[in-house]
Each structure stands twice: as structure tokens, then as C-alpha cells.
Ligand binder design. Structure first.
Ligand SMILES: [Zn+2]
Ligand SMILES: [Zn+2]
Ligand SMILES: [Zn+2]
Length: 406
């Protein structure tokens, strides 16, 4: 089964990546393991349809795909839909706390990178850290200034202050305009209300407290804090940290889908759906998703989102995920995924699991007629009853029966 193979190779990837990191990285993960949530099934809110579909797929690859979906939902709750790294400079550790919410270790960068290759996340440079060339695993370095003459660290920064209004000039060691208590010019007694505007710094230098040398350029070294030694700024290495952002769902506008789209539009309009092509819909998270075909029944407010994608070597999990993201966020009444390509192993189960009607047929006219039979069933269900939304009431009936209460 292709899906299994894939998740296995992802595991292997994680392992090798872990080994590449220092052992301290693993120690760190164990510190956090206490607070890790148990990996739990994904609650699918407001999606009653899910409950109508019995899930009887014993070999459904639960861990990787439902974790991804949960992570997507967690990211959608973030302000800028971006996972940012958390850096413990003292310990030299990099981690992503959000991962603990889906039962992953917080330093499982390989898991996030896997979602990048799956087309769910997009990876961006967050920061470039300068690290010690001898101990690149520790991120904590600080800047140190030394006296160029005696190499003492006891260096003071000195400068002149000038009160622009009265022309009073003083050394910072005599009177420090930047300190909070000194809001009054000692010469003209006027209040300093805006430091930036009223005070000029005409000169700046360093002074060594040990040898009293005054100098313009201190010797600058970086200090490896954990192993307590200096290194030259130029010898430092860079560590790049990354943030991960939810990829915007993009729509393939290739010509091989345009005929299907035209036919679908005609079909849906024939059923009196208000139908739009390539429309931008705002999801629950506030993210905007482009949906190839979005139809709305005016009498019930029920919606249908149709995605069309073709892939020469078959539809795989990546394509399905790119539909899953807008599906979960926009939450239409029905979601269809149409393709003239083949379907790779595991994708059908994934679609079923999340209530996506997957139609694959090399003959486009067959696809249209399958959509037609789906829509006409749905349409007739709605027309039989007087109630505005028979499907919804059907679902709540189901819920009542299930709950055993009235
Ligand atoms: Zn070092
Ligand atoms: Zn000195
Ligand atoms: Zn003054």
C-alpha cells in the first residue's frame, strides 16, 4: 500500500534527522514529553455528515493524516497562520511548541518538513543565528567588547550630550540625559520631553576602566556562553531557523479542466444553484480559499464545493490535502473532488474519512453524469419535504437516535 510506504519512509526520515542532532536535543524532548497530549482522534466539529458515514477502514493510516489535519486546525487558530520556532538560547534548543498539541515531540522538525513536501505548509527563513564554530549545537552567543590596548573587558561606553536649545554640552559620565531622573537640563533647567528631538549626541567613544585608554573602535568578539570562550565574528557559523506557514490553496486553471467546469456550471445552474467559478471564500479561520466551483442552494443555504485536479501519475495524498485544507476551513455542506486521473492507494480512504466525494473517471462525461446523479439525489431529498433543510433534519434525527434522547 503506497500510503503505508510513505509514512514508513517519513518515520525513517525522522529517525535519521534526530540522530543528526546532538544527543542534547533528545534529552530536551524528554523534558517536554510529560506535557505532551495523548494523541487523540480528531473531533470534526459541525460536520454531522461525518457521523452518517460509517468508517470501517481498519487499516486507515490514522496517525499521520489525522495529525496533519489537527495541526492545520491549530495553525488556523494562530494570528498569522504561521508556526514560529521557539529558541532556548541558554540551552541552544530550537522547538515548535504547537507540535505538542498533536502529540508530536516539540523538536520534530522532520515532521514539519514532511508537511512541506506534502504541499500543506510553506517554509520560510525566520532567523539567521550566529553560532560558535566549535559548538554549533549551542545557539547562545553574546557580543563582548575589549580594550584594544590592554584587552580588558571593563570597557565603558562614553558620549557627549548636547542640549540643542541652550547649547549645553556634557560628557555622559557627568550628566546622563538618557537616565529617567534627568529630565531637566542642568544648564537652562528646561524640561526634556523628547530626547530624540532635543538632545544631540555629537561624539561617542569607549574608555577602558583598567588602562584609561580612550578609543573609537573596541575589539568585538562573540562569546560562546555554554562553553565559555570567545570566537571571532567572522569565524561564526550561521544557523537558519524556519517558520512554517499554511500554504494558500491554489487552483489549477489548466485547460483540461475548463470543459468539465463549463459543463458543471450548466448542470448546477439547471438545478437552480447559485454557482460561481474560482470564487474566494473566507473560512472559519479567516483564511481565504479559492474554490474552483462553489454552488449554493438559495432555499436551504446548503453549499457544494467542487475541486478538480488532474495528475498524470495519479492523485496522491498531496492533492487530497490541498483540498482538505479549504474543505475543513470553509466547511461546505458537500465537497466533491473530481479527477480524470487515477487514484493512488490510501487516497480514497482519506477522502471517505473526511466526507469528500471523490469521483475519478478517465471519461469526463462520466464524471458529469455522476455529479448529476449525486446532485439530483440531494435535490430530490430537499424537495420532498416542506422543511427548508431536510438533509440537516435527517442528520439531527440520526443524532437523536444515536444519543437515545429526545
Ligand atoms: Zn563554543
Ligand atoms: Zn585597557
Ligand atoms: Zn539646556
Amino acid at each position: 500500500m503506497m500510503f503505508r510506504k510513505k509514512s514508513q519512509s517519513a518515520d525513517t526520515k525522522m529517525e535519521s534527522k534526530k540522530n543528526k542532532y546532538s544527543s542534547t536535543m533528545n534529552d530536551y524532548a524528554s523534558v517536554f514529553s510529560e506535557s505532551l497530549d495523548e494523541s487523540e482522534p480528531i473531533p470534526i466539529e459541525n460536520d454531522l455528515e461525518q457521523e452518517l458515514i460509517p468508517i470501517e477502514e481498519p487499516d486507515f493510516p490514522e496517525p499521520s493524516s489525522s495529525k496533519s489535519v489537527k495541526l492545520i486546525q491549530e495553525i488556523q487558530n494562530l494570528d498569522d497562520k504561521t508556526i514560529k520556532p521557539f529558541i532556548d538560547y541558554n540551552e541552544g534548543k530550537l522547538f515548535y511548541p504547537i507540535l505538542s498539541k498533536i502529540g508530536e515531540t516539540q523538536d520534530n522538525v522532520a515532521y514539519l518538513d514532511g508537511l512541506v513536501s506534502d504541499g500543506i505548509l510553506e517554509k520560510n527563513v525566520f532567523e539567521k543565528l550566529i553560532v560558535c564554530p566549535l559548538h554549533p549545537d549551542t545557539f547562545s552567543s553574546s557580543v563582548r567588547l575589549y580594550c584594544p590596548k590592554c584587552h580588558s573587558m571593563d570597557v565603558e561606553k562614553m558620549n557627549l550630550f548636547e542640549h540643542k536649545k541652550c547649547g549645553y554640552i556634557t560628557e555622559s559620565s557627568n550628566f546622563d540625559f538618557t537616565s529617567n531622573g534627568n529630565l531637566q537640563c542642568p544648564s537652562c533647567k528646561k524640561l526634556i520631553t523628547n530626547f530624540e528631538k532635543e538632545i544631540r549626541v555629537p561624539a561617542m567613544w569607549y574608555q577602558c576602566n583598567d588602562c584609561t585608554e580612550k578609543f573609537d573602535n573596541a575589539v568585538i568578539k562573540l562569546h560562546c556562553r555554554k562553553h565559555d570562550h570567545d570566537f571571532d565574528t567572522n569565524s561564526g557559523q550561521f544557523v537558519t531557523t524556519y517558520s512554517y506557514k499554511l500554504k494558500n490553496s491554489e487552483v489549477s486553471m489548466n485547460s483540461d479542466t475548463s470543459q468539465i467546469k463549463d459543463d458543471l456550471l450548466k448542470l448546477l445552474e439547471g438545478f437552480n444553484f447559485a454557482t460561481k467559478q474560482s470564487v474566494s471564500i473566507k473560512g472559519k479561520s479567516g483564511n481565504v480559499h479559492e474554490i474552483p466551483i462553489y454552488a449554493k442552494r438559495s432555499n436551504t443555504n446548503e453549499t457544494l464545493a467542487i475541486f478538480i485536479k488532474n495528475q498524470t501519475d495519479g492523485i496522491d495524498q498531496t492533492e487530497m490535502n490541498s483540498v482538505l485544507v479549504p474543505k475543513l476551513d470553509v466547511d461546505p455542506t458537500h465537497t466533491m473532488f473530481l479527477t480524470t486521473s487515477g487514484i493512488n492507494d490510501g487516497v480514497e480512504n482519506l477522502a471517505k474519512h473526511y466526507g469528500i466525494n471523490l469521483i475519478s473517471n478517465s471519461d469526463a462525461s462520466q464524471i458529469i453524469s455522476q455529479v448529476e446523479s449525486f446532485v439530483s439525489k440531494w435535490h430530490s431529498k430537499n424537495s420532498k419535504k416542506e422543511k427548508p433543510s431536510s438533509l440537516t433534519s435527517l442528520m439531527s434525527d440520526f443524532k437523536l437516535k444515536k444519543g437515545g434522547k429526545n
